[in-house]
Design a protein around this ligand. Structure first.
Ligand code: FAD
Length: 499
């Protein structure tokens, strides 16, 4: 996804009606919680199966007293800020927001929700495209204040709290000349990012975020705080490495860190659309022999002047001279209109798209996994390119270390995919929602025949849990049956608990 959006005006201008229609999976999404007043003895909420329930004010008060962090009701001055998430398309009002400061707070909030069968959303960094971290009339377990990351350079480990952002993970690691795989926009949450798999610019060298996860602290649906790893509750640990938020609230992630030279040969190459066939056909052959150090992700974009372009984002994580040599053949394809690949700090790359993907942008996105960039796919990419400045086609390149992990070693099964190919974009005017979503879908459906499976983290619609988890689904369902038989944690790429 990297390459693109900074080269074009991602933040353009987007319809609540069409968006609400696009997310039928969130019960109560059309209801507006009334402002809570002290005089009311109960607060209206919603159950897991969408029925209206009443929460006794005294019980809510008791929850507040049991927690270190506050419980925010709709009349609290911080309520409106706390309920907002990244994608401006979602304007939802939870019945209450449990703003947790530690795992005991999380446990108390989970137990409160479980005892009442309440619709439960978990907010980490708030970047869920479909807005699954907030639900009308539900409880929002808000981890945003649990955001610290510490690094232990001797052990080569980073410890990220459940609501930490990728910026903090990078910062704490880079300070010690260390790194782990993080995503391409630094205000994304570590929580949702990691639990879904975690694709980033270093995954060819170090694997996905989940491949670097060594242990986690998690609060399960029974309210228990558990430390899990390959040795402790290994099934559950397997499940959280790709299985999303299905199994509980992760309050801490422990990542392995790698020694890292942060000045890298990196940047973007750009060709006019007229050269797209030459560039993409070349790439389709060339990328198969690339070293693990080389990450190159193609994209099709529309520049601010309205012209189309093909972009390649390059990050070479190794000796720059070797990188220059490996890159040479790509640079010789056609005549690039811009070559911005140079020596620069990794953090420049990691933060360069933050503003383009600013909070409040309205955004829709879909993706699929591609195992081979065939002639047919290249033809369709060119044929289906749409000169809509709000939209782009982008990729997350996989392969390398990410591919050497067995298909079912973790719950992220797309190990044979060479790339994740997505289409979508962002705008700011609600009036654009309908047309931008329709145009994204049209573009996506043209490319879909060349895809197999998808990555739920980067998908607005959530094209179905089976497509996301593939052959991992059955084991996930069994684990879900053990740890969350009532499906409390259902606002995610949801796995049905096996009976
Ligand atoms: C601008 C942008 C850039 C992105 N870039 C990348 C990228 O480079 N690579 C990539 O792989 N993905 C990327 N994504 C997708 C991203 O990984 C998902 O949107 C992810 O869910 C975001 O996590 P979050 O914690 O910010 O989201 P939230 O909205 O807080 O949560 C999303 C989901 O994760 C669950 N969750 C979050 N934290 C926890 C926790 N601690 N415990 C249990 N469940 C939790 C929530 O319940 C919810 O279902 C990007 C998304 C955006 C919007």
């Amino acid at each position: 996804m990297g390459a693109i959006m900074n080269r074009r005006n991602f933040c353009r201008t987007a319809v609540a009606a069409s968006v609400a229609a696009a997310i039928p999976s969130l019960p109560g999404c059309s209801r507006k919680a009334p402002v809570a007043t002290e005089a009311q003895t109960s607060i209206r909420a919603i159950s897991l199966d969408g029925a209206e329930i009443e929460l006794e004010r005294a019980a809510v008060k008791e929850l507040g007293e049991s927690m270190t962090g506050p419980v925010l009701l709709s009349n609290h001055p911080e309520y409106d800020t706390a309920r907002k998430i990244w994608n401006g398309m979602h304007d939802r009002r939870p019945a209450l927001i449990a703003r947790c400061l530690n795992s005991t707070d999380v446990s108390n909030a989970v137990t409160f929700a479980q005892d009442r069968g309440m619709l439960t959303a978990v907010r980490g960094g708030g970047h869920s495209w479909p807005g699954k971290s907030v639900a009308d009339d539900g409880i929002m377990i808000d981890l945003s204040q649990m955001h610290t990351v510490t690094a232990d350079p001797d052990k080569r480990r980073a410890y990220a709290k459940g609501g930490a952002l990728l910026a903090a993970l990078d910062a704490a690691s880079l300070e010690h000349g260390l790194v782990t795989t993080a995503g391409v926009v630094s205000h994304t949450g570590v929580g949702g990012f990691t639990l879904g798999g975690g694709l980033g610019r270093l995954n060819r060298k170090y694997g996905l975020a989940i491949d670097n996860l060594r242990s986690a602290e998690i609060v399960t649906a029974d309210g228990r705080v558990r430390r899990i790893s390959e040795d402790q509750e290994p099934d559950l640990f397997w499940g959280i490495r790709g299985g999303g938020g299905n199994f509980g609230v992760v309050t801490e992630f422990e990542f392995e860190l790698h020694p890292f030279e942060r000045k890298l040969l990196s940047g973007m190459l750009l060709w006019p659309l007229a050269q797209a066939r030459d560039v993409l056909e070349f790439y389709g052959e060339w990328y198969q022999g690339l070293s693990d150090e080389m990450y190159v992700g193609p994209a099709m974009i529309t520049l601010p002047d309205g012209s189309g372009a093909v972009a390649m984002e390059v990050v070479y994580n190794g000796d720059p001279a070797a990188g220059e040599k490996e890159l040479e053949p790509l640079r010789k394809v056609g005549t690039p209109m811009d070559d911005g690949v140079t020596m620069q700090d990794y953090n420049v790359m990691q933060t360069q798209e933050d503003a383009a993907f600013g909070h409040g942008v309205r955004s829709y996105i879909k993706n699929g996994m591609v195992s081979e960039i065939t002639q047919g796919l290249v033809d369709m990419m060119i044929e289906s390119y749409t000169a809509d400045p709000r939209l782009a086609m982008f990729t997350h390149t996989l392969g390398g270390a990410a591919k050497r992990v067995g298909e079912l070693d973790t719950a992220f099964p797309h190990r044979n995919a060479e790339t994740m190919l997505g289409v979508g974009g962002g705008w700011t005017d609600p009036a654009d929602d309908e047309s931008a979503i329709a145009a994204s879908r049209e573009w996506y459906y043209a490319l879909e025949p060349f895809m197999g499976g998808y990555y739920d983290n980067i998908d607005f619609d959530g094209s179905g849990a089976v497509g996301n988890y593939g052959p991992a689904y059955e084991r996930l369902s069994k684990i879900k049956g053990l740890y969350d038989p009532g499906n409390l944690f259902r606002l995610n790429s949801n796995v049905e608990p096996a009976v």
